[in-house]
Design a protein. Structure first.
Length: 341
């Protein structure tokens, strides 16, 4: 139809080899006329090419936030099985920078075509992405967007805005002169979670704009020391018995909820947290958590793998910033919430 050889058509369709501008224009014209779409499954099977993706996320236990991210990743991998897509999962301790750093050589030395990265540890992520850029390997961010890196796509909430919204929620529950608490978890090494830092910035900015004059007290807890955490919380609430509202900027609000449930001498205190975990929902139901801000982690995981697939195999343009809805959940609407993919 185009008046050129099949070899020329093949080179144009697969974007390889030298082809004259005139031949390309003829072939492109015919492709549009016949509304040509390649059979990508057939192409993948014929070429016997395998696509190896790597995901780098925090390690997790059953029911935790990052398990939900990985549920979405697993669903995408199953859906793309016919396209010879395989996903290798690497996990790190989100409270220990060195555990992420130890994975960087594994990623660089692997024969992968794309990477999904949880961006909690900004400095380490930037070190990895610089090397991926040199190798021309596309990467997708989840958890938080890092502007300094040229990612293929980001899937997650707008971290600053979600903290700003949390400020609005808590400001509605306190007087302007009233004190409140921020709970954090200590990390090994000098770093903070990118997501948590952005959320706290938005939160504090909202309170400042609304003229909040009370103290914002912070308590650092341990990620793996329940006994010491109890001692820290006991001392904190005895010294600050005037505080009635607090917030935690990650998915571990249940840690504070569990403590409050076991210590009924602390009365009238409630918490705002993040993410729909079973452990968090218990305290949303009993009122110790008043609001959860959810960000659809399964959708993030699913779409991050799909983005690499669309870019590498379908050769489609992928939108860079893909912000998830921020679902504000309370006791009265939680039973109607579904995290559809």
């Amino acid at each position: 139809m185009a008046g050129v050889s099949t070899g020329t058509v093949d080179r144009i369709l697969h974007n390889r080899g030298k082809v004259s501008i005139e031949a390309k224009e003829k072939v492109d014209k015919v492709l549009k006329e016949i509304d040509y779409h390649p059979n990508l499954i057939a192409r993948s099977l014929a070429l016997k090419k395998k696509y190896h993706f790597i995901t780098i996320t925090p390690s997790y236990k059953e029911g935790e936030y990052w398990e939900k991210i990985n549920d979405g990743i697993e669903l995408a991998e199953k859906e793309l099985f016919s396209y010879n897509v395989e996903v290798r999962r690497l996990c790190f301790d989100q409270y220990d920078k060195s555990s992420f750093d130890s994975l960087i050589p594994q990623v660089i030395e692997s024969d992968c075509q794309g990477v999904v990265i949880a961006t909690l540890i900004k400095e380490s992520v930037l070190e990895l992405t610089r090397k991926l850029d040199e190798l021309d390997i596309p990467y997708v961010f989840i958890d938080a967007r890092i502007e300094e890196a040229d990612c293929l796509a980001y899937y997650g909430t707008h971290s600053y805005d979600s903290g700003y919204i949390a400020g609005r929620l808590i400001e509605d529950r306190i007087r302007k002169e009233e004190d409140l608490a921020i709970f954090r978890f200590k990390r090994k090494g000098v770093f903070s979670s990118t997501q948590v830092a952005n959320r706290e910035e938005g939160f504090r900015d909202y309170l400042k704009q609304m003229g909040h004059t009370g103290k914002v007290l912070s308590l650092q807890l341990h990620s793996d020391d329940d006994k010491n955490n109890k001692e820290l919380l006991d001392a904190f609430f005895k010294e600050n018995d005037q505080i009635r509202q607090g917030i935690i900027f990650n998915s571990r609000a249940y840690v504070i909820g569990d403590y409050l449930q076991k210590n009924p001498w602390i009365t009238g205190f409630s918490l705002i947290g993040y993410d729909v975990l079973d452990a968090n929902l218990i305290h949303l139901e009993n009122g110790l958590i008043t609001h959860l801000i959810a960000q659809r982690p399964e959708v993030q995981g699913f779409n991050s793998i799909r983005a690499l697939f669309r870019h590498l195999i379908l050769q489609e343009k992928v939108e860079k910033a893909n912000y998830m809805p921020m679902d504000i959940l309370i006791k009265e609407n939680i039973h109607y919430y579904n995290n559809y993919i």
